[in-house]
Design a protein around this ligand. Structure first.
Ligand code: APR
Length: 227
């Protein structure tokens, strides 16, 4: 079994999802604040969104859904987690084989000299972090218009093709190419099990088993049942 997770798995950790009620994209239009063009044109403006996002992420702790996936991995029932999230909560919960499809916030990168710096040490409210070459740094997450890190894309596709069951948890399945992974898994013989509080474009086209509800509750029941 392999898991594909989205922002919905971290909602019960206090991080609002991007889309839906109180979504981050209701406060910041992603086409204005979350594209690589916007960052190049006005990095300080994009840092206003980053600062809000980071203050939410840095305060969050794993919930029972993250912990459940880590338990399944420890019990050798789950091979890997492919996550679209950049919050690091899967690793904090104990998952070891985590594929970060949209990068992460642990590091900052300079788009001019490609130097990397840890985010640790920067706090929301601090001035925008700069490289030694004075360029404004960007968190190492994937903005719209940027490529998926090649290693993550290749590993995720290999996992989707190899798995017998794909657990799709808390994603609206609207962002390409991550949203193609369930169809790839199914085309290679996997059963697709979707956990979400509401239906998505996958539910009636790709999903074999739709478990409607909160990720933490369903994952806890699933771990119990598999024990
Ligand atoms: N349990 C399960 N599912 C939930 C819960 C919950 N407690 N709360 C919300 N959800 C579901 C919503 O119904 C929705 O389908 O989680 C999904 C969240 O969707 P999005 O906010 O669109 O997040 P995601 O699918 O991860 O977005 C994909 O888009 O903005 C980019 O790069 C960003 O990685 C992100 C990508």
């Amino acid at each position: 079994m392999v898991a594909l997770t989205g922002a919905g798995i971290s909602v019960e950790s206090g991080i609002p999802a991007f889309r839906g009620a109180q979504g981050l994209w209701d406060r910041f239009d992603p086409m204005e604040y979350a594209t690589i063009e916007a960052f190049s044109a006005d990095p300080e403006k994009v840092w206003r969104m980053f600062s809000t996002l980071l203050s939410l992420l840095l305060a969050a702790v794993p919930n029972r859904a993250h912990l459940g996936l880590a338990k399944l991995e420890q019990a050798e029932r789950l091979r890997s987690v492919i996550t679209q999230n950049v919050d690091g909560l899967h690793q904090a919960a104990g998952s070891r084989n985590v594929i970060e499809y949209h990068g992460n916030i642990r590091e900052l990168v300079c788009l001019s000299c490609w130097k990397r710096f840890p985010l640790a040490g920067w706090s929301p409210g601090d001035s925008v972090p700069r490289c030694e070459c004075n360029e404004i740094l960007k968190p190492d997450l994937v903005l719209f218009g940027e490529p998926i890190p090649w290693g993550a894309q290749a590993a995720a596709e290999a996992e989707a093709k190899a798995c017998g069951a794909l657990l799709v948890i808390g994603t609206s399945a609207q962002v390409f190419p991550a949203c193609d992974l369930p169809a790839i898994a199914r085309a290679h013989g996997a059963v697709v099990i979707e956990i979400n509080t509401e239906e998505t474009p996958l539910t009636r086209t790709t999903t074999d088993l739709f478990l409607k509800g909160q990720a933490s509750e369903i994952m806890s029941e699933l771990v119990e049942a598999m024990r």
